[in-house]
Design a protein around this ligand. Structure first.
Ligand code: GLA
Length: 729
């Protein structure tokens, strides 16, 4: 049993394979204190860490110094207004305007497996895979029940957390902040890793020291965003890829978020993750409940690499669902960078014909097939085929593509509405806007108010009709603007603060309905590139478009940051044409293939127009994908060198779970003149096995490859790469 309750000490102990998490109930008032999170321990008798034996820390016996207790005790789920002046995890406002809340333990449940979170993405696991602790806490004055859920997994060092709030009183209560996880830690010297970026340069890694006061990352853009990311890691100052303690937190949510650290007067650290309180105010009627999304925490005693591998295993085994969960994805060719809006049936079929001869398996028709959309200024919402471009409609095109032996996929941006669309002309009030204020456009479009069920139903009707109209086997679901001018005519004045979250619930409902009705569909989420690459989206789509920047060199940094948290199987990555459309860089076709191989792999170019020598390389790349994708998709990822740190070369490897094979990717960004081969020390192999590099005779022991290293000959020229396939002998 991975969750235990020790009645005498009033301690809960959660264990994963290598970590323990301890919670204690304090004093007669039943405060819920945080005792310990870290390396697995056998003992549960650690209540001295709550300091309740020290004089000011016994609140019921020492009311004179009650605030000293509240303001310094490590808490599981701190509240506001009664003396804990640090950041609170939950805030409320009563109809009388008061904001104080005290949560006391009332009872608990320990159940095998894990329940679904209604309407929200969440990790899953059955009996024998995980155990869930539900701590019921109550505020007796407000009659508010807060259920803190903790799931400890058996096969991965993860604790998943979520929070449900129930109003058991007779008057409504406004929730103004409900974080999903809080972690209090004492006297630690930590660094903080977060992911930052912008369009075309998402998820670059940033590491800095945790300082006194507040630090963190957030989004109030209505999406997890290009700019900051719903993830943070706290790690020992000297921790690196292989050593040191690391605490990772990832939010299983795609909307506004806050991930924050506060280092306070006694060097106590409070880390928190949840929906951003800005613009959040949820009216909880009597008997109603609010479910906050899930946050997942990974503990690693062996550095950053082990944290990443735990997240990868968690997401691959306990979050991603559906037909493609454990399956190789078809190699696709997407026409966006090939044609942009300038295409028709004939052009697409020409691309498909050529592509199919080269071994590519699916054609994806991107933006511009509906309404009268010939640029990005119109027609979002009018999900009807433009028969001028596609005579005979989707059915004819898809049948022709299928006849060539290829699957067919389609792009949609269902959450949006263009001012120049029939839908907007008919329903101008369907766009999110504040009455009386002209809403701001972004990419000349508005966002549909998906907090309204009738709009969700309409949009779903169009998605379903399109998917029924032809043999469509893949959808690229895009989302190309941030939410602003937050207002919904469907919500009362005192519920406007619910719009951001209700919008996300609408998006999740749409995707859930779609994958339920079309269970064989492969869904790829996308948001102006990678603005919604988050764990929430992975619950619906096994892959997400990583970035609109397809340049192989820019991708090194983007994919390194992405792989810090997400499995390679989820990273949408394509080979595109050169000069690259985003940065103008020219890189070798092979290198573009090696870099895309670390993701889902596909093409984003006009295969009828690229240079013949590049075209001729595609069949080999197709073979390469088929040879290595099982390994890349399912193996353990190890970072060997980081171009973003050394500015010279990048190197990573994937090792099969049985350690019988591995694939090393080496990309030399800048050629170094008069420089001998590079020593690379591999990771993750079995020290007792013998290996060979495919194509070479020499036999190495695993320990030699890892501890002493191998010599990698530098390729000639900039942007050159190579793959080393390591096989057991
Ligand atoms: C976004 C996507 C691109 C492409 C365009 C189409 O930017 O990230 O891949 O689909 O939209 O408008």
């Amino acid at each position: 049993m991975s969750v235990q309750y020790f009645e005498k000490e009033r301690v809960f102990k959660l264990d994963t394979p290598n970590s323990s998490y301890l919670i204690g109930i304090i004093d007669e008032e039943n405060f819920i204190g945080h005792i310990y999170y870290g390396k697995k321990i056998n003992s549960h008798e650690l209540t001295y860490l709550l300091r309740t034996e020290e004089p000011p820390f016994v609140p019921s016996k020492n009311n004179r110094d009650r605030l000293s207790f509240l303001d310094s005790c490590p808490m599981e789920y701190p509240t506001h207004g009664l003396g804990d002046f640090r950041e609170d995890a939950i805030s409320v406002r009563t109809v009388d305007g008061h904001t104080a809340l005290q949560l006391s333990y009332e009872k608990h449940e320990i159940c095998p497996g894990k329940q679904k979170l209604t309407g929200l993405p969440a990790t899953f696991g059955g009996e024998g895979e995980c155990t869930t602790l539900k701590l019921h806490c109550v505020d007796r004055i407000l009659n508010l029940r807060v259920i803190l859920s903790y799931t400890a997994f058996e096969d991965v060092d993860v604790i998943a957390r979520s929070v449900e709030v129930i109003n058991e009183g007779t008057k409504e209560i406004y929730l103004t902040k409900v974080m999903s996880a809080c972690l209090d830690m004492d006297n630690r010297d930590f660094d903080l890793i977060t992911l930052h970026g912008s369009w075309a340069r998402e998820r670059h890694i940033n590491r800095r020291r945790v300082a006194l006061g507040m630090q963190g990352v957030s989004s109030v853009r209505g999406e997890s965003s290009h700019q900051e990311h719903p993830f943070m890691a706290l790690l020992e100052h000297n921790a690196d890829d292989e050593h040191g303690e690391v605490y990772g937190m990832s939010f299983v949510y795609s909307g506004n978020f806050l991930a924050q650290t506060t280092l306070s007067q006694f060097d106590t650290l409070r880390a928190m993750m949840g929906i951003h309180p800005t613009d959040f105010c949820w009216k909880l009627e009597p008997q109603a409940s609010f479910q906050a999304p899930e946050a997942v925490m990974v503990y690693s005693a062996e550095g950053i690499g082990a944290m990443s591998r735990s997240f990868h295993d968690l997401f691959r085994n306990h979050l991603i669902r559906g037909e493609y969960k454990d399956k190789k994805r078809p190699i696709l060719i997407n026409n966006w960078e090939a044609t942009y809006f300038d295409f028709n049936t004939e052009k697409l079929i020409a691309i498909a014909k050529q592509a199919s001869e080269l071994g590519i398996e699916m054609l994806v028709m991107d933006d511009g097939w509906f309404g009268h959309r010939n640029d990005d200024n119109s027609s979002l919402g009018d999900w009807f085929v433009n028969e001028e471009k596609l005579p005979g409609g989707l059915k004819y095109l898809v049948d022709e593509v299928n006849r060539l032996g290829m699957k067919f996929g389609i792009w949609m941006e269902p959450e949006m509405i263009s001012p120049d669309s029939d839908l907007y002309r008919e329903h101008p009030d369907w766009a999110i806007a504040i009455p009386g204020r002209t809403a701001g456009l972004c990419r000349n479009q508005y966002v549909l108010d998906l907090s309204r069920q009738e709009i969700v139903d309409y949009v779903y009707g169009r998605i379903s009709a399109i998917l029924h109209s032809a043999n469509i086997e893949y959808v690229k679901w895009d989302m190309n603007r941030q939410l602003s001018d937050i207002g919904s005519i469907g919500l009362d004045a005192d519920r406007q603060g619910e719009l951001f979250h209700r919008y996300m619930l609408g998006v999740y409902q749409l995707q859930e309905r779609m994958i339920t009705e079309f269970p064989h569909l492969l869904l790829e989420n996308c948001s102006g590139g990678g603005a919604r690459f988050d764990a929430g989206m992975l619950y619906y789509s096994p892959q997400i478009w990583c970035s609109d920047d397809t340049d192989a060199i820019e991708r090194l940094e983007i994919q390194e940051g992405t792989a810090l948290v997400y499995p390679l199987s989820a990273m949408g990555a394509h080979v595109s044409d050169c000069p690259n459309h985003t940065v103008g860089r020219v890189t070798p076709f092979e290198t573009r293939g090696y870099v895309a191989l670390a993701g889902t792999f596909g093409y984003e170019l006009d295969v009828t127009k690229i240079p013949e020598e590049d075209r001729n390389r595609i069949p080999d790349q197709v073979k390469m994908y088929h040879a290595y994708n099982d390994l890349v998709r399912t193996g353990d990822y190890y970072r060997l060198a980081s171009y973003s740190e050394n500015h010279k070369y990048d190197c990573y490897m994937v090792v099969s779970k049985d350690k019988k094979e591995a694939l090393v990717t080496f990309i030399q960004v800048l050629m170094r003149p008069n420089y001998h081969s590079r020593r690379i020390r591999l990771k993750g192999l079995d020290p007792n096995k013998n290996y060979r590099i495919e194509g070479e005779e020499r036999v190495y022991s695993g320990e030699a490859m890892m501890y002493a290293g191998i010599q990698v000959q530098n390729p000639w020229g900039d942007y050159q790469g190579k793959l080393l396939h390591i096989v057991e002998v």
